[in-house]
Design a protein around this ligand. Structure first.
Ligand code: C5P
Length: 221
């Protein structure tokens, strides 16, 4: 009997967008559907892993047999990830985390008055970079969604954030990526480049996880 590629592995995944509150009724967010991250959670579980999924607000059912933690803002996502990262062998950051949040969240609904208004934003913590910087942290996998110079920016992120692997996708191509069933990825590690052709996100997730599994076992030898 063959053991599954991720048997015995604890996999922590972030998925979906974050919502940065402006006031009690408004927020800043993005078009992430969460489909890729949820596909990764489902397939990691199928490949034998114990999976914790930290999810921003999405319209997807919680995957069966996956410990799903629902969050809203980037700060909440950061906190949920750090509450679970010590147990994780593999961390996959698939969420489209808002880079900035409101400097001050208004406690009452902002009233319409002036013709112009300015929102003051401050930088959110980089969850992936913070996990990658942990001394005995998990194997880290990031995503890079780019509209140009995919390889250059992906490799830059791999190095700058100190990741083990990065999966890059071209979001200038409307047929793949955001809110689409299909996606295509190019996976980079320090010494390899693997192109995964356009396919269903579930099939793509399985391929990516098999590459991750191989690299994790190679890293621990
Ligand atoms: O730098 P950039 O946002 O393009 O990096 C994308 C990668 O970093 C993704 O894996 C994303 O999940 C992760 N990220 C994060 N926390 C942030 C910003 C990005 O984990 N605040």
């Amino acid at each position: 009997e063959k053991t599954l590629p991720l048997a015995g592995q604890q996999v922590l995944i972030t998925a979906g967008p974050t919502r940065e509150a402006i006031d009690p009724v408004r927020y800043i967010s993005n078009h992430s559907s969460g489909k890729m991250g949820y596909a990764l959670a489902i397939q990691a579980q199928n490949l034998g892993a114990q999976v914790t999924l930290v999810s921003g607000p999405v319209a997807l059912p919680e995957p069966l047999h996956v410990n799903t933690i629902q969050v809203s803002s980037a700060l909440e996502m950061h906190q949920a990830v750090f509450a679970h990262v010590a147990a994780a062998d593999i961390f996959i950051a698939c969420a489209a985390v808002a880079d900035y949040r409101l400097a001050d969240i208004q406690t009452q609904k902002i009233k319409k008055s002036a013709d112009e208004m300015t929102l003051s934003l401050i930088k959110n913590p980089d969850i992936l970079a913070d996990v990658a910087a942990l001394p005995d942290g998990p194997f880290t996998v990031g995503f890079a969604a780019e509209t140009q110079d995919l390889e250059y920016y992906a490799k830059d992120k791999l190095q700058r954030k100190g990741l083990n692997m990065i999966a890059a996708n071209d979001v200038s191509n409307q047929d793949i990526g955001f809110n689409q069933a299909d996606n295509a990825l190019t996976v980079f590690s320090a010494d390899a480049k693997i192109a995964l052709p356009k396919q269903d996100k579930l099939a793509l997730a399985e391929q990516l996880l098999k590459i991750v599994a191989k690299n994790v076992s190679a890293n621990s030898l």
